[in-house]
Design a protein around this ligand. Sequence first.
Ligand code: DQA
Length: 138
Amino acid sequence: MKIQIINGPNLNLLGKREPGIYGQQSFEDYLKTLRAQYPDVQIDYYQSNIEGELINKMQEVGFDYDGIVLNAGAYTHTSIALQDCIRSLKSPVIEVHISNVHQREEFRHKSMISCACKGVICGFGMNSYRLAVEALKA
Ligand code: DQA
């Protein structure tokens, strides 16, 4: 099984960025734990701060991989281009967020991509990614 994790803008700063909200761990560290938990799953990782690069990566893997776990960061709340891209793909996309966006500012309550995704997981810290992998496996 092949799963692609894609992180959007500012998620390269996990561990340094607002640790009270996003925690102390870098994504690279978390990824080691996640891969160890699923030795039978190929888990690839890509991060970009650039909207078009996220779209390029999704188009590259989205007809071949068994699923995409997408944390689009702030593009979640703005990007119709990402929504159109998700709709175009064959692979299911799970939207994830580390924080519970519904407990935060109102502008984070609206997602432009949820309607195109298979499901949404948010608010479980880094564990949100593992829950998304579980969902794809199931
Ligand atoms: C986030 C929530 C978004 O609102 C925010 O812009 C992010 C991170 C999360 O994982 O909680 O960059 O997607």
